[in-house]
Design a binder for this molecule. Structure first.
Ligand SMILES: Nc1ncnc2c1ncn2[C@@H]1O[C@H](COP(=O)(O)OP(=O)(O)OP(=O)(O)O)[C@@H](O)[C@H]1O
Ligand SMILES: [Mg+2]
Length: 226
């Protein structure tokens, strides 16, 4: 479980990027985080990855207070999280297969496990036939699915995606969200940051709205249209 307890983040002394935010996300949930540009969405994901620290309050993940993590415990904590970026961040000189293998080797996975896992991962993201392609030979939606396969490669408990659909067209965006939804049904906790309102309305999920650093709404959107 993820818990924010009265979290404030100040980058400077003037305006807080997040102020007094409290929220809980249970294991296996799918949550959208929405809000205008500058609202504090990326700050929230950075706090979760412990790329930056809360100025006030506590963030507790699986019973661990993030402010207590240190040199040895932080890398282990970060391995629980698979991150998907807006701009994919694939290595252009590597094939799809190599991109995923690289991420697995980086955390010490053996050759056998890599060889066994990658076809399964590519099957989940429906790219079984593209293992030997380079990113430049794929569509934006396909590249983002490779990035998702890579995020899943080390079997993280949490998937966090910051504007994952920002660089792909609407059809592929919907497919990607549907895929992330399927992944949460497989038991992972999925957090998707987006400002695409239409997308959020269609998926019937929990939506947390942040505005100017404040949590202003937390609701479940009903899937039935009026
Ligand atoms: N490293 C930083 N140093 C100082 N201020 C920052 C830093 N990062 C973000 N901010 C400020 O904190 C606020 C929240 O930024 P954040 O990146 O979390 O917004 P966001 O909701 O992700 O916006 P967008 O939709 O444009 O990505 C903004 O006012 C931003 O200028
Ligand atoms: Mg952002």
């Amino acid at each position: 479980m993820i818990e924010f307890k009265n979290v404030t983040k100040m980058y400077d002394r003037h305006t807080p990027a997040l102020e007094n935010v409290s929220l809980k996300i249970e294991d296996g949930e799918f949550v959208f985080i929405v809000g205008e540009s500058g609202a504090g969405k990326t700050t929230l994901t950075k706090l979760l990855l412990r790329q930056t620290r809360a100025s006030k309050g506590d963030i507790v993940v699986d019973g661990k207070r993030l402010k207590r993590l240190g040199l040895f415990t932080l890398p282990r904590y970060r391995r629980k999280i698979g991150f998907v970026f807006q701009d994919f961040r694939l290595f252009d000189q590597m094939t799809v297969y190599e991109n995923i293998a690289f991420a697995m080797r980086a955390v010490g996975a053996g050759r056998k496990r890599i060889r066994r896992s990658i076809p399964l991962l590519l099957k989940i993201v429906d790219l079984e036939t593209k293992a030997e392609r380079f990113p430049s030979e794929l569509s934006g939606g396909e590249q983002q699915r490779v990035a998702l396969a890579r995020a899943l490669a080390n079997n993280p408990k949490y998937i966090i995606a910051d504007e994952p659909t920002g660089n792909i067209d609407e059809k592929h965006a919907r497919e990607l969200i549907a895929l992330l939804s399927k992944i949460s049904e497989m038991g992972k906790t999925v957090i998707v940051v987006t400002h695409e309102k239409a997308l959020v309305e269609d998926f019937g999920k929990r939506v947390i709205t942040i505005s100017r650093g404040h949590l202003v709404a937390d609701r479940h959107i009903s899937q039935e249209k009026e």
